[in-house]
Design a protein around this ligand. Structure first.
Ligand code: UD1
Length: 365
């Protein structure tokens, strides 16, 4: 059985690592790893391979940045010959980035079965590029691994056959569980002179928050104000750094500390010990829910509703007044207390491996 994994962007790496490890424990499984190169900076890619102990990719397509159409097209045309050469029995794609949908499309055209890890999530907001990627990938996939029961419901409603869907839990939490002990040894708090529970951690990178200068300015003004009460650590995604530099947006008098992107282990250490997290990331909504850390999400909707219904997540949208009110509540000790959603237990990847190996695989072309 030959399984080929496709990764491309930062949030893919922590999902693929546990699945590769779990499949590696089965006899007769050969694995190949293809990196599309969607993320290429050392601190957006290499450092995660190191922390998560992912083997070197067998192939790197080196597609880099571009418009969505350009990036997707590059992956389509460069991945096809690789798949024709390697001829895997199954391709696994992860999450909702452009690399995910592009790879699923190439597989569908070549009649290679494709499994989607983190299937079924929906924000119901088609202005979000990831929502298009999720919808298309799930329609093309032969095996769909969902992290939460809402995923199953969404897929069934969209007409996906029930026998393709496997509710396995959250693979990203597998990585968190595995690396938690290592994060306890991280010295990042000491390096940044931080005391546990006395700082806020912020990440923002969604085009809807950072591409419009007025929206970005309003959010930054709120963060500068919050920092008078609570120092803020803000690792910057390359897109966000570009936008802030272009707008010359900085407030040297504030206590917002901007950093380059951090490694997985250091970011986990900062997340675990933060008073609160402010983010627009998908994965961080889930990690904070697992860790029981209050999370304020600067988005109008989420494709991960269990983080709100069960977890510690509060959607504040782009309403900066609401953001400041919610920060005030947490500072006053009135934070939302959540629970860990079902099957977010560190064993999702084992369930995926089991579901794959329980099927019989026949080459279609
Ligand atoms: C992508 C995903 C998003 C995910 C995010 C995590 C899509 C549609 N979006 O968004 O879902 O949450 O990754 O980080 O796939 N850049 C660099 N170095 C890099 C990578 C990017 O400088 O290693 C800069 C480039 O200027 C690039 C921009 O960041 O144009 C955006 O990169 P891109 O991969 O297009 O999308 P992300 O915003 O990272």
């Amino acid at each position: 059985m030959h399984i080929l994994h496709i990764v491309g962007a930062r949030p893919n790496f922590m999902k693929a690592a546990p699945v590769m490890r779990a499949l590696g424990t089965w006899d007769g499984v050969r694995q190949t790893l293809v990196h599309t190169g969607q993320h290429y900076d050392a601190n957006m890619s290499d450092v995660f391979f190191h922390d998560l102990e992912i083997p070197e990719p067998d192939v790197n397509l080196g597609v880099g940045s571009g418009s969505h159409a350009q990036q997707t097209a590059q992956i389509l045309s460069q991945l096809e010959p690789v798949l024709l050469e390697y001829r895997p029995d199954l391709v696994l794609v992860y999450g909702d980035v452009n690399s995910t949908v592009a790879a699923a499309l190439v597989c569908a055209k070549l009649l290679i079965p494709v499994g989607h890890v983190e299937a079924g999530l929906r924000s119901f907001d088609r202005t979000m590029p990831e929502e298009i990627n999720r919808l298309v990938t799930d329609q093309l996939a032969d095996l769909l691994f969902t992290p939460s029961a809402d995923g199953d419901e969404n897929l069934l409603r969209e007409g996906v056959a029930a026998d393709k869907i496997h509710f396995v839990g959250n693979v990203m939490i597998d990585s968190l569980v595995r690396l938690r002990t290592r994060s306890e040894k991280s010295i990042v708090l000491a390096e940044l002179k931080l005391v546990p529970g006395t700082y806020g951690l912020v990440t923002l990178h969604r085009p809807s928050n950072v591409d419009n200068p007025e929206t970005l300015a309003a959010i930054m003004a709120a963060l500068y104000e919050v920092s008078r009460e609570l120092p803020i650590i803000f690792p910057l995604h390359p897109r966000t750094r570009q936008r802030l530099e272009a707008a010359n947006n900085h407030d040297p008098g504030s206590r917002v500390q901007m950093l380059d992107p951090l490694s997985y282990v250091d970011f986990l250490a900062l997340q675990r010990l933060a008073k609160l997290v402010i983010t627009d990331s998908g994965g961080i909504q889930e990690e904070t829910t697992y860790l029981g850390v209050p999370c304020l999400t600067v988005r109008e909707n989420t494709e991960r509703p269990v983080t709100v219904s069960i977890g510690t997540n509060v959607l504040v949208g782009q309403d900066v007044k609401r953001l400041r009110t919610e920060v005030g509540r947490i500072m006053a000790g009135d934070q939302k207390r959540g629970r860990v959603p079902p099957l977010w237990d560190g064993h999702a990847a084992e369930r995926i491996a089991h579901a794959i190996m329980a099927r019989s695989w026949e080459r279609r072309a």
